[in-house]
Design a binder for this molecule. Structure first.
Ligand SMILES: O=C(CO)[C@H](O)[C@H](O)COP(=O)(O)O
Length: 460
């Protein structure tokens, strides 16, 4: 047994009303069995959707319900009041991320019905002291969020001595996108403090098991529950991970492998969304229809169908690369055809993107190989050898450098600058997850305008 499990956090100590205490018995039992508390973080903008998702999460085994920071910013304390009303017996957490006026903000959240109030661990000591004093006055507990704290262990120990009730090892959503992991932060604190430890940031079923093994008593899950099409099923899976202390075995992958795997899972539209609508090439289509293209660019500048450099690029490229060709605007003569395509397949090149024309379309379609081009013509140019390989080029309205990532599907082709690729991939995956939940809500009868509250969020 992990030493941290000797001090268990009883939810009854956080409940301000007698019935809340009684109805928390099930959770107390699970704590005694060292399975921890599962807190669902409602990181949404819309309260009606948040309440429905919370209901499904509770049915799936979530113990505590968090009004997430985006929900509080969008709906104010009304969000906390509504959760209090709708879930009278649950522990309600208000993730206020208090940075100033500690007493005032804790009072607001407590009076709205929160049992636990999140403050920023990085806030000034005066803010922490005020928050703790107010928490005592209103009978609530303070959870200090270690997001972005330079020396988390030292600060956690200080906060404990200031009277904070719970420490949260949290890696924020934007930080997760750059590869930072909350479980690493948790392990630096595990066994080092005497108040309950929570963990938050990208936790899934597997991470939930790891978190419990590493001494977390409260596991906070946002996206992997609230953006799931099957909220109840995902909550159950995370609960199972916590109960068994085991998740799927994680294969350790390099960032490059992870980037590739994610780009294979997401669509070109997901990626442009992740890039704030940028990166899309214009006027280019997939010659073979439904074929996915993912790889790093080998760039080629050529002129008027001169196919020497495009074909030599096959020898320069490595398996998995994508040949990206600028034919200097020429759509009347092809620098690419079936034999070059076959040569690419043999070399293991992932695909070809041509700002220009392609020929031998029927043969290329039979090969089902990812070739994207602006037009099709039957005539080729001459192999004169003008141009160059692996210089920065312009292709269909985008700058492409050697090593940039290229992703193509039936919607078109997107260029992702190499240095942003991992973060863009992670963000695109989150966008895909968000769409899963929206798709499910449309299937249940809502319209897209209703789900997105388009009128409310139109720019004023
Ligand atoms: O506080 C938060 C963001 O600041 C989130 O609630 C927290 O990170 C949990 O969400 P996720 O599981 O999606 O990371």
């Amino acid at each position: 047994m992990h030493p941290r499990h000797k001090t268990i956090l009883l939810p009854c100590s956080l409940a301000s009303a007698h019935d809340r205490v009684m109805l928390n018995l099930r959770r107390i039992r699970s704590l005694v069995m060292n399975h921890g508390i599962l807190q669902v973080a409602l990181d949404l903008l819309d309260l009606d959707r948040a309440v429905k998702i919370a209901q499904e999460a509770v049915e799936g085994g979530a113990d505590w319900i968090e009004a997430g920071t985006p929900l509080i910013k969008s709906e104010g304390m009304h969000a906390v009041r509504t959760l209090r009303q709708q879930f009278p017996h649950a522990v309600i957490v208000a993730d206020m991320k208090v940075a100033d006026t500690g007493a005032l903000e804790v009072e607001m959240a407590a009076k709205a019905g929160a049992d636990v109030i999140g403050i920023l661990a990085d806030a000034d000591d005066a803010v922490i002291a005020e928050s703790v004093r107010a928490a005592r006055l209103y009978g609530v507990k303070i959870m200090a969020d270690l997001i972005n704290v330079a020396d988390p262990l030292a600060r956690a120990q200080q906060l404990e001595s200031f009277g904070v009730h719970i420490i949260c090892a949290h890696v924020g959503i934007d930080q997760q996108m750059t590869g930072k992991e909350s479980l690493n932060l948790l392990s630096t604190l595990s066994g080092q403090i005497n108040i309950p430890l929570a963990v938050a940031g990208g936790i899934d079923a597997s991470g939930a098991g790891d978190a419990i093994r590493n001494g977390a008593e409260i596991v906070i899950v946002g996206g992997n529950i609230v953006r799931s099409a099957d909220v109840m099923g995902s909550t159950k899976e995370i609960r199972r991970g916590m109960n068994t202390g085991r998740g799927d075995v994680r294969r350790s992958r390099s960032k490059e492998e992870e980037t590739h795997d994610i780009f294979m899972q997401v669509s070109a539209p997901n990626i442009t969304d992740a890039m704030h609508r940028k990166g899309a090439m214009n006027g280019i289509v997939s010659i073979c229809g439904t074929v996915k293209l993912v790889g790093k660019a080998v760039t080629v500048q050529t002129f008027a169908g001169d196919w020497a450099k495009p074909v030599e690029a096959i020898d320069v490229g490595m398996p998995g690369d994508v040949i990206v060709i600028n034919n200097d605007g020429g759509t009347h003569v092809a620098p690419w055809g079936e034999l070059a395509t076959l040569s690419c397949i043999k070399k293991g090149i992932s695909g070809v993107v041509i700002d220009g024309a392609v020929r031998d379309v029927d043969d290329i379609r039979a090969l089902k190989y990812p070739v994207f081009a602006k037009s099709t013509v039957p005539n080729a140019g001459e192999p004169k050898g003008m141009g160059e390989i692996n210089a920065e080029i312009r292709c269909c309205g985008q700058w492409v450098r050697p090593g940039d990532w290229i992703v193509g599907d039936e919607s078109g082709v997107v260029v992702i600058p190499a240095e942003q690729a991992y973060e863009v991939a992670r963000r695109a995956l989150e966008i895909r997850k968000t769409e899963e939940r929206i798709r499910e809500e449309i299937q249940r009868g809502s319209t897209l305008a209703q789900i997105a509250h388009l009128e409310k969020w139109e720019k004023r």
